[in-house]
Design a protein around this ligand. Sequence first.
Ligand SMILES: NC(=O)c1ccc[n+]([C@@H]2O[C@H](COP(=O)([O-])OP(=O)(O)OC[C@H]3O[C@@H](n4cnc5c(N)ncnc54)[C@H](O)[C@@H]3O)[C@@H](O)[C@H]2O)c1
Length: 338
Amino acid sequence: MPHMRRDSWTMPNRKNIIAVTGGAGFIGSNFIRFYLRHTRTGEVYNIDNLSYCGRIENTLDFRDSPRYHFIKEDITDEMAMKRVFAMIKPDTVINFAAQTHVDRSIKDPRPFLETDIMGVFNLLEANRDNKHLKKFIQISTDEVYGSIEKGSFRENSPVCPSSPYSASKLGGERIAHSYHVTYGMPVLVIRGSNNYGPFQYPEKFIPRNVVRLLSGKNALLYAAGKNIRDWIYVEDFVRGIMTVLKKGRPGEIYNIGGADERTNIELLGAILSALGLGKERISFVKDRPGHDLRYSISCGKVRALGWRKEVPLSRGLKETIEWYKNNKSWWKDILKEI
Ligand SMILES: NC(=O)c1ccc[n+]([C@@H]2O[C@H](COP(=O)([O-])OP(=O)(O)OC[C@H]3O[C@@H](n4cnc5c(N)ncnc54)[C@H](O)[C@@H]3O)[C@@H](O)[C@H]2O)c1
């Protein structure tokens, strides 16, 4: 993987047990890879139900580490969560597990409410009496703020989610926060902007269009492609999580974004030109219902903890495209779905 720094993130506690949920998905697997490479101690328990986007292939390069353990369970299963957490009693929980695709949430919202709200509730309940717990980090999204025409949202801005996905994510993070206020649990919330990079399931904008173009299909663009998103390379996001893990304060929310805003049509133009293709390879499709125009977050709070983004979109995009070019076997069986 590119851009690995030699930092040590060693945590000064007990056996330092960290429970990562959704660690077979895109960001979760990148987090575990980074954590195992950049720390010397600490046991990672990855709890994932291997849903359609959770892929054991994402864990192949670290699954033999003696510090890594995989538990196939579903966070919506209350009893299973109680059993698992009574056994591992982690010092840290980082909850990545979620239903994550906005379009799927529009077609069928129920699994989003079940996983992104009730799943979080089960994790909180399973850890309410965990005396070892020092941090419970709920990974949320900038989509909870809703759209903003000018300027950027801060952590204390009003929230106004538009899709069943973002509304469920807000429900989950607010339940988590209530456990801090009510029961004193050390809950922190991270609101991330659009991540991209290796191992992202190709239903999301960048990998979907890259693999479609690589396999001779046209790229797909909603409406005129004027929606604006803020892009962050996954490893920068992971470094942000490490910073919050080390220095964040329970009860707080931290925005982590890339400050690399692009319209979708600009971004697709960059993908096409990196692949040496022209605009005739774009198929415009009917807009997504309730499509937010622009997301933008200000990240001064996490920067005040020492975090800095390291990978500009121009470089991260190039490396991401290379990764998909070099890992066709990872995505070729998914192609018919997208
Ligand atoms: N990808 C982004 O751009 C982005 C941006 C901001 C926030 N987030 C948040 O970050 C987290 C991770 O996102 P991602 O892009 O890696 O998602 P992903 O869809 O790639 O991975 C989700 C993982 O969660 C697992 N999972 C789903 N339901 C589960 C359940 N009921 N029990 C156990 N495991 C379950 C899946 O198997 C998968 O491994 C999510 O909470 C998402 O809302 C993502």
